[in-house]
Every structure is written in C-alpha cells, then in structure tokens.
Write a protein that binds this ligand. Structure first.
Ligand code: PLP
Length: 342
C-alpha cells in the first residue's frame, strides 16, 4: 500500500524500500480508564522493529537510505551510554556492513549493564570513545575533529547528532501521520485525542507536521515531555517546518491540530525513576500484558492515567506506545527490588 497524497508524492522515494512503516492499533485492555463512549486504543509502534524503538525506527526509514546514498566510510554516533538511538542505529548500520564509531558520555556506573552492555557487544573498543561530563558540552566539536582526523587519513565520515536530530529524518517521521490515517480508516473510529511521549520531540513533530499535510486538524494531540521544555519543542518544530517547506517548495497548509504539553506525573527529570514509576511498571505489565520500559513508556502511560483521572475523556482515545523493551535490561535490579503490587 502506498502513502496517502500528498505524502506519497513528497516522500515516497525517500524511504527505505524494505523497512516497514505500518503498525497496528488495538484496544488496550486494562490500566487506563475506558468507557463505552470513550474506548482506549494503543498504537503498537513497538512492533515496527524488535530491536529499535518505534520513534527511532521511523527516523531511520529515511536516514538510512540517505547515509547509504552518501557513501561515507564511517558513521559517527553521539549519545549517552544508555541511548536508545545509538544502540538502535548502531545495530542497523552494522548489519548493513557499515563502519560505526560512537562518542559516548562516560556513564556514572562503571558496571556494564543495559544498553551500554549491548552497545559494547556490538562495537569493538577502538570504535567507542568515552567523553567526560566536563567535555560533553563540546561533543559536537570533538566529533568534527574526529571527522577531520579521519579525512586526513583518506576516510570519509559523517556525524549523527544526539537523538538522531538531522534533516534527513524528516521524510521518515512524516509516516506516523500517514499510518495513523490508515488505522483510522481501517478501524472506522474517529479518535478525539492522541497521547504521545516526546524526548527530542522529533517524532511528535513528525506527527503534527504530517497531520497538517494531510489536512487533519483532529484528533487533539497531548504530549508527555519526558525530556525538554515546551519552548525547546516549539523551536525544533519551527526548524522542521522550515525543512518541510523547503521539501514541498510551497507554504504548509495552515490548519494544525490542537496541542497540549504535559510534564511527567512522577520522576519528572529525564532519566530518573522512583518507587512510583517502578511499581507502575509492574501494574502495567500485570494489567495490560505489556512490558514497558520505565524511562519513557511507563512514565508516559502513568501521566496519561493521571490526566484521564483528573478529567474523564469524552470520545475514543489513542495512546502511542513506542517500545524500547530491550532497555529494560538496565533496570533489572531496580524492578526486582519492587514487591509485586497487584
Ligand atoms: C527516543 C524515544 C522517544 C522519543 O522520541 P523523540 O523523537 O526523541 O521525541 C520515546 N520513547 C522511547 C522509548 C525512545 O527511546
């Protein structure tokens, strides 16, 4: 099946031909309050890719073809030792035979665990460089130096910024709105609200811009800010809107969906977890059958639950679930320390 117009025309030839851009929607059983008039559905972005997060997978749909087309000898990735982006992209690039090195923020914990362990399994020591916390603010300059050093040795290289923040991800992230449009058509349900989480914001921005292109000013979009502020989000939105205008060579349609930002209902600072989030992880697993990672999805679902309890929804609801279950292996002992609560 091709993308709906005008997206097919705009991005159809910019996506990897073999990677999947469709995920299913089904009723969520348990955890979130549902009624006859406001059933709750979940969009299984986690099923797009068994080894990378859904939001990341959509970015890679167009990033990978661009990187392959540019033909660099080396791709340099940047992120924390537990970054889902670095771990996801490193797998896809290595499995396509590409040479990858990473600049990693030195982790506080020297024990190999979680994504840091998995990344170390994927890359040899000479492809992993640790950057101290003191030097981390200059990591982009350090990456540019590494590119210059490689170029001197006749090796071409390119850098992917933290979180995959890059113009080449734009076509890929627009597929979420197209896929949502497909789900809505197949289910025959008009959702009044969509609930998304956000880290760099790039995926939620893709949803908003894609909806704008398709002329969808509904459903309303609620965004749990797992990282960053509304101002940072708006700033990035403007940047991507500019890139999209360039791609379209005409102004964007003016109608946009309504947007609401939410702070996480518990453990608000990025990467932190606490007793509430750990016990909600158990509750979600027991009640829904879904194993969710505490840092993004559990915080997101708990925040949605609190918002729905404060104000009951008035129409069909759709929650985006992006996955990242592999990252749970970094939280084994914390999760195990919680008594099962239900
Ligand atoms: C990266 C990530 C997100 C957020 O995606 P952004 O495009 O950075 O906003 C959400 N959930 C998980 C599990 C992630 O790894």
């Amino acid at each position: 099946m091709s993308l709906p117009d005008p997206l097919q025309h705009l991005i159809g030839d910019k996506l990897d031909r073999e990677m999947n851009w469709k995920s299913r929607c089904h009723r969520l059983n348990g955890y979130l309050p549902a009624t006859c008039s406001s059933p709750v559905f979940i969009k299984r972005e986690d099923e797009l890719n068994a080894n990378a997060v859904g939001t990341k997978h959509r970015k890679y749909l167009s990033l990978l073809p661009t990187l392959e087309h540019n033909g660099n000898d080396r791709i340099i990735l940047i992120g924390s030792a537990h970054s889902n982006n670095v771990m996801g992209l490193a797998q896809l690039l290595r499995s396509r035979g590409m040479d990858v090195s990473v600049l990693i923020k030195a982790p506080g914990n020297s024990r190999l665990m979680g994504n840091h362990l998995l990344l170390t399994m994927l890359l040899p020591p000479d492809r992993i460089e640790y950057i101290s916390h003191r030097e981390w603010p200059q990591v982009m300059e350090i990456a540019d130096q590494r590119v210059a050093e490689l170029n001197k040795r006749g090796v071409s290289a390119t850098v992917i910024a933290e979180g995959g923040y890059n113009e080449a991800v734009l076509p890929g992230i627009l597929t979420l709105a197209a896929d949502l449009h497909r789900n809505i058509g197949e289910l025959g349900i008009d959702f009044t609200d969509i609930w998304s989480d956000s880290g760099t914001g790039v995926s939620a921005i893709g949803l908003l811009l894609g909806m704008r292109l398709l002329g969808l000013s509904e459903p309303r979009v609620h965004i749990t800010l797992i990282a960053g502020s509304p101002d940072e989000f708006q700033h990035r939105y403007q940047q991507f809107a500019q890139w999209l205008t360039k791609l379209m060579q005409q102004p964007l349609p003016p109608r946009c969906p309504e947007v609401r930002f939410m702070q996480p209902a518990s453990a608000a600072s990025y990467g932190s977890i606490n007793k509430t989030i750990l016990s909600e992880s158990w509750a979600i697993a027991r009640q829904t059958g879904l194993l969710m990672d505490p840092v993004y999805s559990v915080k997101h679902f708990y925040t949605v639950k609190c918002a729905m309890e404060r104000q009951a929804p008035t129409g069909p609801q759709l929650i985006l679930y992006n996955g990242g279950t592999l990252a749970m292996c970094g939280f084994q002992s914390a999760l195990a320390s919680q008594q099962p609560i239900v």
